[in-house]
Design a protein. Structure first.
Length: 164
């Protein structure tokens, strides 16, 4: 039982730590030497797919290797870390591609404060079309100023509805 708790803890800790790691990757790799692949995500062209989608494969490789090697060599900590990477990748897909950019039309009209703050933060990230300027490079963690903006908007809308 103790081993399972350890393995679950490693997986969850990996998932949580991925937010900081992803922030750094986004800020310094995607907006750095990897801009060639990321540029079309900020300067959208025609078509459904983007060069930026290649990052899915690039980031999936360490997950796959850790899980595969962990299974082969019975190193369960490797499987846990690879699983944490994979779970974060799944969360990334759902949050970034489905909820924020709505490339798949599943959750298009959410009034949830977190979802709206997340979308607003990402919108502020995308207002910068070039490589070197930017803000809000994370994915799941939303800066307090975006939460405050959404709360203020909700209050204003409520007051307008009451006044009407």
């Amino acid at each position: 039982m103790l081993n399972w708790l350890l393995y679950i803890s490693i997986t969850l800790a990996t998932f949580v730590l991925m937010e900081g790691f992803t922030w750094c990757l986004h800020r310094y790799v995607m907006h750095g030497f990897g801009w060639y692949l990321h540029k079309d995500h900020h300067q959208k062209g025609p078509g459904f797919f983007e060069k930026n989608d290649a990052y899915f494969l690039i980031f999936a490789i360490p997950s796959w290797l850790l899980i595969m090697l962990g299974v082969i060599y019975k190193q369960y900590w490797m499987i846990c870390i690879g699983s944490g990477f994979t779970l974060y990748g799944l969360a990334y897909f759902l949050v970034h591609e489905v909820i924020i950019h709505q490339r798949i039309k599943w959750f298009t009209r959410s009034n949830n404060t977190y979802i709206r703050a997340l979308r607003w933060a990402h919108k502020m990230h995308h207002k910068h079309l070039d490589q070197h300027e930017g803000e809000s490079f994370g994915m799941l963690w939303v800066n307090k100023r975006y939460w405050n903006k959404v709360r203020e908007d909700k209050k204003r809308n409520t007051k307008e509805k009451i006044a009407a």
